[in-house]
Design a protein around this ligand. Structure first.
Ligand SMILES: [Zn+2]
Length: 470
């Protein structure tokens, strides 16, 4: 019975061990499979991560390599501005070529141009091209003209929207600083909207649609004498191109071994991304007042103090009038854009009642007319009158001088003639003595001959008397 029980126990133990070992084996097998699976997944994940990193590195290189597009304004039938011998489409081409040539000397930038010849392109085509080369920025080169040929200076137009506004404004700040250093007057960095409330300039509108920041650079005005010295020679247009290139290099923190320049630390102006559209200024300056500080009655100079302000776009120009606004001076630079008050001296003609008025212009060329100040008439002689008087005096002086010199000449001639005669007959003592002796001899000879004649006659008479006596 006991043996039978032991046998049964042994059988049961064997059975339990068999199942335990089977379970352990299954667990081990499962673990092995699981670890293989996990390592496979990890390997796969690593592979994906590595691939991702490779992509990331590619992106990094791409991000470092800046791509820009230069757009020489106009072309083909579209000539752009024309003034005297200058045609805008030709000028923008010279500037663009010089800009590209200069930028090619920098590392980390690829430069494309919308046109390299005289072909006509639509504004949309230019932007499509910029998009096709993945441009980081589009720079449009232009020259300006104004309706009444009165405006002068440089300006930049940017998109009124979001990041394109802030990037555009930041670059334009570099560009405008450099144009001002060249001597051009800054007309500012501005936005312009059409009647639909979107960017007015097509090139800016189409590039903003494609999310490409764009700045339209109006280098200067072709039709105003203030700006003419800046573009009147091809060399100066090339200078514009180099300046534009340097502004790009500064903005993108580029460096060039060839040029030995490094703009990696250039401090760009930070411009916050606007949450709303940046609208242009549509209102005239808020205030424009004048006060006469001094009136010089002897030369017609009038010193005027101007106080004007525009809280949207700032003050830009002023003009002045002495006939209550019937005629105005040319546009004058606002002396200090950070100050609302300044004084200037104007010239008022004599014999009129001066009525002084000033027009103050804001950044969008809108103006406000000041109060009028009436002054007493000034009876001074104008510089023209003084010059005429001087000329008259000079004429009189030259006439009297001419008469005097004529008289002097006659006297000189007479004296000279006399002197010449004197020179011809020099009276010496020997000559005088000889003449005297000759004269004395002549007198003596005449006396002797007279005596001889008289003596001869007496002798003849005596002979006749003797003959008669005989
Ligand atoms: Zn143009």
């Amino acid at each position: 019975m006991r043996n039978c029980k032991n046998k049964e126990m042994l059988k049961r133990n064997k059975f339990i061990w068999h199942h335990i070992s089977k379970a352990l084996l299954s667990i081990m097998l499962f673990c092995a499979l699981f670890s293989i699976q996990v390592s496979f997944i990890c390997a796969q994940e690593n592979e994906i991560q590595e691939e991702g990193m490779t992509e990331g590195i590619d992106d990094g290189i791409k991000a470092e390599q800046i791509v820009i597009v230069i757009d020489p304004g106009h072309g083909g039938e579209n000539l752009g501005g024309e003034y005297e011998d200058y045609t805008e489409k030709e000028m923008t081409m010279i500037v663009a070529n010089a800009m590209k040539e200069e930028l090619d000397k920098y590392e980390g930038i690829t430069v494309y141009m919308t046109r390299t010849g005289d072909q006509e392109l639509s504004l949309e085509e230019r932007c499509e091209y910029a998009e096709s080369v993945n441009a980081d920025f589009l720079f449009c080169l232009h020259f300006n003209m104004s309706e009444h040929h009165t405006l002068f200076g440089a300006e930049c137009w940017v998109s009124a929207y979001g990041e394109n506004y802030s990037k555009g404004y930041s670059f334009a700040s570099v560009e405008m600083d450099m144009l001002q250093d060249l001597g051009l007057y800054s007309r500012g960095i501005k936005t312009r909207l059409n009647n639909k409330g979107i960017d007015y300039y097509g090139i800016i509108r189409h590039s903003t649609e494609r999310d490409i920041p764009c700045v339209l650079i109006e280098h200067c005005h072709l039709d105003q004498e203030n700006d003419q010295p800046f573009y009147d020679h091809n060399e100066k247009l090339i200078e514009f191109g180099k300046l534009d290139a340097t502004a790009v290099a500064k903005y993108f923190h580029l460096s060039s071994e060839e040029l030995d320049v490094d703009y990696s630390g250039y401090p760009n102006v930070h411009v916050d991304v606007p949450s709303n559209v940046v609208s242009p200024d549509k209102t005239e300056p808020d205030i424009c007042m004048i006060e006469v500080l001094d009136q010089n009655m002897t030369n017609g100079e009038v010193k005027v103090q101007v106080s004007a302000a525009d809280y949207d776009s700032g003050m830009l120009y002023y003009t002045y009038s002495y006939d209550n606004g019937q005629t105005f001076s040319q546009l004058q630079r606002w002396p200090d854009k950070s100050s609302d008050t300044f004084d200037f001296t104007m010239q008022v003609p004599p014999h009129i009642v001066p009525q002084i008025v000033v027009n103050g212009y804001n950044g969008y060329d809108l103006y406000t007319t000041s109060n009028m100040v009436s002054l007493p008439s000034m009876d001074y002689k104008t510089s023209e009158e003084i010059a005429a008087e001087l000329a008259e005096q000079e004429a009189l002086k030259s006439v009297s001088e001419a008469v005097a010199s004529e008289k002097e000449k006659t006297e000189i001639v007479v004296t000279r003639e006399l002197t010449e005669e004197q020179e011809k007959k020099p009276i010496s003592f020997g000559y005088f003595l000889t003449v005297c002796i000759v004269c004395a001899l002549l007198v003596l000879a005449m006396t002797i001959s007279m005596l001889l004649i008289l003596g001869g006659r007496k002798r003849k008479r005596r002979k006749r008397r003797r003959r008669r006596r005989r």
